[in-house]
Ligand binder design. Structure first.
Ligand code: ADP
Length: 375
């Protein structure tokens, strides 16, 4: 297969002219942060914030020019109003947090939805969906208007965890009504197809399904839409992080080193596409024996806290491995709702408060920034 190189991509981009300035995007130094991996090309186009909203056609033209090259499998170009090479530190992330879409003019906004927060993980099985659902329910319990979009196309678990069955209604055959569980508006690909249907979703199909679930669902007015992303840091996730107007992302990780390496990738991915990372949650942090209450640190507990400090992001909290969490999720009656006084429910609520505060800036979140330790 033809080897795609940066030089070849830049050559193609020389044919793309900035409509306002007459010169091509390469000559103007607008092309930044190019990453090429196995035929998948990512880059950003640096633009002035005030021109951003008008330049979507330029972004598309740049994608098209590169797509036409032999050996190119996918292209994602992102418009960014940021200066190159500036990874957003947590404090900056906070400041921009609630104005979703700001600085990301290529992302369509959902009218009525104030903030969108993604819950992500480097790999499957770490409890990402369980965490997303309990956090959403904890936010609902605060009196906020909340929705959950289960974008985990590979393993949609929202219907089971929320105890929702049946297909969503539609009034006009185009817009779907979300299902409501415990006062939270829910949409999942799992509502539309049977849970045991084998699915091989290719990147673009995943994207169009997600876009549809954002656009063609009557979300109404929401304070926050929690998006349960598919696990991993591959192209599907990257594209999603770019196309969904995210206010921020939360990364769920288990304490094992290997999982932490994955969390690091997730963090890098969101920073690359300029989505503020709100912090890391350590799930299955330690084991609480249901019989004697003894705490055992099965997987070297504390890894996520150390990693968060190293990476300069916030450690949002730790959730133990507790059978009550699994049982209540399996029953479709998550712990935050079914046992609000349970210690684990309190942990979810504390984390949810923190996420809400960081996204909206409602509560002062000025902690000293963690030192970056080079090891
Ligand atoms: P993911 O979305 O990362 O694939 P899930 O949320 O589906 O993971 O969780 C995987 C399994 O682990 C589920 O059976 C879930 O009930 C269980 N689980 C998740 N978090 C915990 C926890 N803190 N304690 C006990 N079981 C948990």
């Amino acid at each position: 297969m033809t080897q795609v190189t940066e030089a070849i991509v830049l050559d193609a981009l020389r044919g793309v002219k900035d409509p306002d300035r007459g010169q091509d995007v390469v000559a103007l130094g607008m092309v930044q942060g190019m990453a090429i991996k196995g035929g998948h090309v990512h880059f950003t186009l640096e633009v002035e914030p005030e021109r951003g909203p008008r330049l979507e056609p330029l972004r598309k033209a740049a994608e098209k020019a590169v797509e036409a090259l032999p050996g190119v499998l996918s292209v994602t170009a992102v418009l960014t109003a940021d200066k190159p090479g500036r990874a957003p530190a947590p404090a900056q992330a906070q400041a921009r947090g609630h104005a979703h879409g700001q600085g990301q003019p290529n992302k369509p906004l959902i009218p009525g939805v104030k903030t969108i927060v993604a819950v992500a993980s480097g790999k499957g099985g770490v409890g990402k969906s369980t965490t997303a659902v309990n956090l959403a329910l904890a936010l609902k319990a605060k009196g906020l208007r909340i929705g959950i979009l289960d974008a985990d196309i590979y393993g949609p678990s929202l219907p089971r965890m929320m105890g929702i069955t049946g297909k969503p209604d539609t009034k006009d055959g185009k817009i779907l009504e979300p299902k409501v569980g415990y006062g939270v508006k829910c949409m999942s690909i799992g509502f539309l197809i049977a849970e045991d249907t084998p699915m091989i979703w290719r990147g673009p199909m995943v994207m169009s399904a997600i876009e549809q679930m954002l656009r063609d669902v009557n979300w109404g007015d929401l304070d926050m839409l929690v998006v349960d992303l598919p696990p991993g840091t591959g192209d599907a996730q990257l594209t999603m992080a770019q196309r969904v107007p995210l206010s921020g992302a939360v990364i769920v990780s288990t304490p094992q080193d290997i999982a932490l390496l994955d969390a690091r990738k997730g963090l890098g991915m969101f920073r690359k596409v300029d989505v503020p990372v709100l912090g890391i949650i350590e799930n299955m942090s330690y084991f609480l024996c249901p019989h004697c209450g003894e705490r055992s640190e099965i997987f070297a507990h504390g890894g996520a806290r150390r990693e968060a400090a190293k990476l300069g992001t916030e450690f949002l909290g730790e959730i133990p491995l507790d059978i009550a969490i699994r049982v209540t999720s399996d029953e479709g009656y998550p712990i935050v709702i079914s046992q609000p006084d349970h210690p684990q429910s309190k942990i979810y609520r504390t984390i949810a408060d923190r996420v809400w505060a960081k996204v909206t800036g409602e509560v002062s979140t000025n902690r000293p920034e963690p030192k970056i330790v080079v090891s």
